[in-house]
Design a binder for this molecule. Structure first.
Ligand SMILES: *Cc1c(COP(=O)(O)O)cnc(C)c1O
Length: 392
């Protein structure tokens, strides 16, 4: 028996994730005074690179806290006492958004589906017909604790025909798959660099349409002069404007390195390696006789593989064996999915197909130890390699 590694050898989680080495070195750049002309120019340049990566008409907004700050800030900035809100809840994040929305609106409505399913656009269309007074529709694109992908483009096309603004949480999918704010007709699109962009937690990015800005400006209770204000940051990207609060200088430098990597590699290539890694992982999981959590592979995430726990297996024990004996850290479920599944992340630097082999082998071997039943690690590994070798 080798000694337990004091640090993980492989961090194959769904966030926080391993960072790109280039990001880590950018975090070590000199921290300039935020009003130094050099930093003002940097901030403008980074904001424009973000616009390029998000393919938006308006320059995206950076908020200086990890994406939960953005979720709450958007909730309070968009939703006021006259709003009728429709929240689409297919998982822990989608459902959890309620707590930041319901206190501010006139009426809270939701469409809920089991947490291994996704929302049906037809149900959204029917609800919007039945309730033409709905003014805000919110959805989580990739509900990370389930590893499911909601059909936001179809839903967005339906919402766009109404007066409602469409708010999308794409924190754990943007940068790892084909999801762009304007392609899905979003008015406020919330993401962060700490999942598929391979940065540490600390920032949020928002793409906001003209309809989204107008909605927040018309909301009399949208905060100003507050850490939760989105409006305060509207023009902060311009070097002439400056900042309502001190930006997270080092995190911004890290984001620039991530954006450079993403744009240089090319979004299509980045998305393809996320998809291939997830496919390899799924095939390996199934070849060991395990089940995916998602009800169908039609809406499975290319950035997270959620594996249903076999009867009687405790997730904490399983993950501890993976960590102690193999140095591999993966994610647990959250809330309603806790102790029902474990999750392997394919995000940023770990979206490389060979990591699927590490995850599958460590998971199969740990399950064998925990259950006393033989999981066929050989079959799992062969299935992973077959996907890598065919490249699709
Ligand atoms: C990670 C994540 C967030 C940010 O939340 P944390 O719990 O602080 O990591 C928000 N939404 C989704 C869908 C996420 O995956």
């Amino acid at each position: 028996m080798t000694a337990k590694p004091s640090q993980p050898v492989f961090t194959l989680t769904t966030g926080p994730v391993n960072c790109y080495p280039e990001v880590l070195s950018a975090l070590g750049r000199p921290v300039y005074y935020d009003y130094d002309p050099a930093f003002l120019a940097t901030y403008e340049r980074i904001s424009l690179k973000l616009k390029q990566a998000m393919e938006t008409k308006n320059v995206p907004v950076i908020l200086h806290g990890e994406p939960v700050l953005a979720l709450e800030a958007v909730g309070i900035s968009v939703v006021g006492k006259d709003d009728v809100l429709l929240n689409l809840a297919s998982g822990v994040y989608g459902d959890g958004y309620r707590s930041w929305l319901e206190p501010h609106c006139r009426e809270y409505l939701d469409i809920r589906v089991p947490f291994n399913e996704v929302v049906d656009p037809a149900a959204v269309e029917a609800k919007l017909k039945e309730r033409p007074d709905i003014t805000v529709v919110t959805v989580c694109h990739h509900d990370t604790p389930s590893g499911t992908i909601n059909p936001v483009k179809e839903i967005g096309a339906i919402v766009a025909k109404t007066k409602a603004v469409f708010v999308v949480d794409a924190v754990s999918s943007f940068g790892g798959m084909d999801i762009l704010p304007e392609e899905v007709f979003s008015d406020i699109f919330i993401t962060g660099p700490n999942k598929c962009m391979g940065c540490p937690p600390g920032l949020s990015m928002l793409a906001i349409s003209d309809k989204g800005w107008a909605k927040m400006k018309a909301n009399p209770t949208a905060p100003r002069g507050s850490i939760l204000s989105v409006l305060d940051w509207e023009n902060a990207w311009r070097k002439e404007t400056g900042f309502p609060f001190t930006p997270s200088v080092a995190e911004v430098n890290g984001l620039e390195a991530a954006l450079d990597l993403y744009l240089d590699e090319g979004p299509q290539a980045v998305w393809a390696r996320h998809a291939l890694t997830a496919k390899a992982c799924r095939e390996g999981i199934k070849a060991m006789g395990l089940e995916l959590w998602t009800a169908s592979e039609n809406f499975v995430s290319p950035t997270t593989t959620a594996v249903r726990l076999p009867e009687g297996v405790e997730e904490a024990e399983l993950r501890q064996v993976m960590r102690d004996d193999y140095g591999v850290t993966i994610s647990s479920g959250r809330g309603a999915t806790l102790n029902k599944l474990v999750r392997i992340g394919h995000m940023g630097p770990t979206a490389r197909p060979i990591y699927a082999l590490v995850a599958v082998a460590a998971l199969g071997a740990a399950l064998t130890k925990v259950t006393g039943k033989a999981y066929d690690v050989g079959a799992g590994s062969a299935a992973v390699m077959a996907v890598i070798d065919t490249g699709k």
